[in-house]
Design a protein around this ligand. Sequence first.
Ligand SMILES: Cc1cc2nc3c(=O)[nH]c(=O)nc-3n(C[C@H](O)[C@H](O)[C@H](O)COP(=O)(O)OP(=O)(O)OC[C@H]3O[C@@H](n4cnc5c(N)ncnc54)[C@H](O)[C@@H]3O)c2cc1C
Length: 365
Amino acid sequence: MAMAGTWDIAVVGGGIFGLACAYSCARRGLRVALFDKGRTGGKASGGIVGAMAPHVPEQWNPKKQFQFEALCSADGFWSEVDAASGLSSGFGRIGRLVPVIDERGLELALSRRQGAAELWGDRFDWTHLPEGHDLIAAKAAPFGVVRDTLSGRIYPALACASLRAAFVAVGGEVFEGHAVDEISSGRIAGPWGVVSAEKVILASGVEGFAMIERWTGRRAGSGVKGQAALLECDLGSAPQIYADGIYIVPHANGTVAVGSTSENTFADATTTDGQLDDILFRARAICPVLQAVIVKQRWAGLRPKARRRDPMLGPVPGQDGVLAAMGAFKIGFGIAHKVGEVLADFATDVPVDLPDSFTVGHHIS
Ligand SMILES: Cc1cc2nc3c(=O)[nH]c(=O)nc-3n(C[C@H](O)[C@H](O)[C@H](O)COP(=O)(O)OP(=O)(O)OC[C@H]3O[C@@H](n4cnc5c(N)ncnc54)[C@H](O)[C@@H]3O)c2cc1C
């Protein structure tokens, strides 16, 4: 029999954005159903890297502030989710090391220390360690390293599993294998049937851009491929490393993630190749402890990049009751919980103060 029903909120897409929105709405007592064409956490959000890092302090703006606030509140959110689910998201505020490779970098590091102190207050540090760090090869850090204590890490696939379970624990319903083909005010439909909802949150990642393009006739975004690897290596809660465009992220489960490529053109979004070997080679030169360890998994996914790079959140022009939660791009895990709160505000008509560059209109104008 075809499915039918009525909910306050229907969320389309169960990646980290859709799950966070669904959870925040359900926590406010709304009846929420989440639909995914495959399984929750089965696309970009099912990955292995999970770095959460602050923007540099210069040219501070509302976008950087949004991400900073999200980063500061991540511990509270993920510990609440893990307590509700009984699972572990792998969140940890492990901090970050960035090698300084020349005099210009040293000057910048020292000026950023000043900026960070002004913006972060005494809650988090941004320190220059002239002597370097045990995890980083001395020749990769000739001018020492910068260490911050604000950066964090999470294990993406585990975070999705924990958030899904927490959503169900607060009364949410999940429908996997339910592709949504049509959305119109108050109604979503697929081969499985039709259901009604007061508000629909479109969080279907890269594929969601096509739906916005169909409605507006404007290009909304695209997918940027990334490849990463997971190594068997227990570094405990050692800081993550960011060097030469590469993230090295120690996880709580005895693995270290190394990523990522950033590819605008590719033949297959799901395969890995020599570009990942190159990243691994460079990562091992920076962090010698990785040299002898086994690669456990190679992984690739498509990051949803909105046309003008920033997240794309809130009402979709011309589509009554439809809200977008898209454009997570490279920072989805760092901001998802704040995006969930913002979307729950939109859904319940609470006034929202959002950077202009995050609105749907900004991307499709
Ligand atoms: C290699 C790599 C490394 C990364 N590293 C980091 C990192 O270190 N830190 C960080 O914060 N981010 C990182 N990211 C980015 C992060 O993974 C993304 O920002 C995030 O996962 C996107 O989440 P999403 O919910 O928007 O999309 P997705 O996870 O893609 O979820 C969209 C969901 O919508 C569903 N869907 C699609 N169409 C429909 C439909 N018609 N009906 C129903 N359901 C539908 C899909 O099945 C999918 O489950 C990385 C990404 C990659 C690829």
